[in-house]
Design a protein around this ligand. Structure first.
Ligand code: ASP
Length: 392
C-alpha cells in the first residue's frame, strides 16, 4: 500500500463559532481487507455496527455528557459485537486463550469529577480474561485513584478491583466465537474441524458475577473481512467543554504469545490524549481570543495495527509532540506518524481529533473500519483505503 493519503484522511471541523462543538470518531480495526473479497452484505454489516457505535456515543455528547462516557459507550457497542476483535469476538492467543487489553485517557479531568488530579490522565489494563466490557474496567479504575493509583494494571488483580467497583465479570467462554476459533486453528496449521468448544475453567478468584454463556448461534452467520486477523476498536470524543477522551480495546494479535502486551494498554503508543497551552505571540493570542478560540490546543488518538511497531515508535504521543513542537496540523502529524510506521513495516492506522473538532483518520494498509459523527447526528462510515466516509 503506498504511503499516500487515504480518502477522507482528514475532515475539518466546519463549525461556525456559535454552534456547539462536539465530535466522535471511531475505528473497528485496520487490516488487509479487500473490497473484491467481500460481499455487499458483509460490508453493510460492518458499517451498520459502526453506525450503532457512533449513535450510542453521540447520544452522550448531545446531552452534554462527558467525552470519556461517549467514548466508552461507543467502544462497548463494538466490544459486544462479534464482528470486531475486542470483547465478544476477540482473537485467541497461541494457547487458545483470550487475553484482552484496554485503555482510557483524557486531555483533562472530566467536569463531573473536578477533584480528579489532572496528572492522573488515564488508566489501562492488560491480560484481562473475565471482564465482559474491558472499557468499563478502564473507566472504573480511572475513577478510583485510591484503589488503583497506577496507570496500568493487569490480570486477576485488576479484575478483582473492577468487580469490587461493580464491573461485570463473565465466564471466559462468553468471548468465544467460532470464526475466531477457526482463524486461530488455521493460523497454527491445525485442523479446524470438528470445532470443539474449549470451555475454559471458571476461576472464582475474582469474586465475580458470572453471566450466562452468550448464544453462539449468531456467530456462524458472519465472516471477518480482513484476511490477516487483526483489529482493535477505538473511539476518540470531544465534548462541549473541550475535553478529549480516547478509549481503545482489543484482543491483540491472533496467535500472539501468551502474556504478550500490545500497544493498546501502553500509554503514548496505542493511545494518547492531552492538552497544552498554545505557544503563540501576542498578536496571534489576541486574534484567537477575538475569534473565541481557546488558548489550549489538544489532541486525542487511538491506534490500530501492528502494535509492536506502535510501541517501538511511541506512535500516539508522537502525534501530540509533532503538533506542539513542530507546529504540524493534526492532518500532518497523523499522516507523518503513519508514514513512519509504514517505512519500518508497521501496518495500521489511527483516528485522532483536535480541540477544534478537526478529525484525521489516516491508514497505511488496505482498510480500516472507521466512522465520524458530528452534532447533525448523521453517522458517516467507511472501510477501504480509497473510500469516502458516507452515510450507510
Ligand atoms: N494494535 C493491536 C495489537 O497489536 C492489534 C490491532 O489493532 O490490530 O495488539
Amino acid at each position: 500500500m503506498p504511503a499516500s493519503k487515504n480518502a477522507n484522511s482528514t475532515l475539518k471541523s466546519g463549525k461556525k463559532s456559535a454552534e456547539p462543538n462536539y465530535v466522535l470518531v471511531i475505528h473497528g480495526g485496520a487490516g488487509t481487507m479487500i473490497r473484491e473479497g467481500s460481499t455487499p452484505e458483509q460490508r453493510a454489516a460492518y458499517r451498520a455496527a459502526l453506525s450503532r457505535a457512533l449513535k450510542a456515543g453521540y447520544e452522550v455528547l448531545k446531552s452534554g455528557g462527558e467525552a470519556m462516557d461517549a467514548a466508552v459507550e461507543a467502544v462497548s457497542v463494538m466490544e459486544d459485537c462479534p464482528l470486531f476483535n475486542s470483547g465478544h469476538g476477540a482473537v485467541f492467543n497461541v494457547a487458545g486463550k483470550i487475553e484482552l487489553e484496554t485503555s482510557l485517557m483524557v486531555s483533562k479531568p472530566p467536569a463531573s469529577h473536578p477533584a480528579m488530579p489532572s496528572s492522573r490522565r488515564g488508566s489501562s489494563v492488560t491480560l484481562i480474561t473475565h471482564t465482559r466490557n474491558p472499557s468499563h474496567l478502564a473507566r472504573a479504575l480511572y475513577l478510583a485513584p485510591q484503589l488503583a493509583p497506577h496507570p496500568m494494571l493487569s490480570g486477576a488483580a485488576a479484575e478483582a478491583t473492577g468487580a469490587s467497583l461493580g464491573v461485570l465479570q463473565v465466564d471466559p467462554s462468553y468471548f468465544w466465537t467460532e470464526a475466531r476459533w477457526r482463524e486461530h486453528r488455521r493460523g497454527l496449521g491445525l485442523p479446524e474441524d470438528p470445532v470443539e468448544y474449549p470451555r475454559p475453567e471458571i476461576s472464582d478468584d475474582t469474586n465475580s458475577e458470572t453471566t450466562e454463556v452468550a448464544s453462539l448461534s449468531d456467530d456462524k452467520t458472519w465472516e471477518p473481512l480482513d484476511l490477516m486477523p487483526t483489529g482493535t476498536v477505538g473511539a476518540v470524543a470531544l465534548d462541549i467543554r473541550g475535553c478529549i477522551a480516547a478509549v481503545t480495546s482489543t484482543g491483540g494479535r491472533t496467535n500472539k504469545l501468551v502474556g504478550r502486551v500490545g500497544d493498546t494498554p501502553v500509554m503514548g503508543c496505542g493511545f494518547w490524549a492531552e492538552e497544552w497551552e498554545r505557544d503563540s505571540g501576542f498578536v496571534k493570542r489576541t486574534w484567537d481570543r477575538l475569534r473565541g478560540k481557546s488558548k489550549y490546543e489538544g489532541v486525542g488518538v487511538s491506534g490500530t495495527g501492528d502494535g509492536d511497531y506502535y510501541i517501538r515508535r511511541a506512535a500516539a504521543s508522537n502525534i501530540a509532540r509533532r503538533m506542539q513542537y513542530l507546529g504540524e496540523s493534526l492532518n500532518e502529524a497523523t499522516q507523518n506518524v503513519i508514514d513512519d510506521l509504514f517505512k519500518e513495516g508497521g501496518m495500521g492506522g489511527v483516528i485522532a481529533l483536535d480541540r477544534d473538532g478537526n478529525v484525521a483518520l489516516p491508514l497505511n494498509c488496505s482498510g480500516m473500519y472507521r466512522g465520524v459523527i458530528r452534532p447533525d447526528g448523521v453517522p458517516l462510515t467507511a472501510i477501504f483505503f480509497d473510500e469516502q466516509l458516507s452515510e450507510l
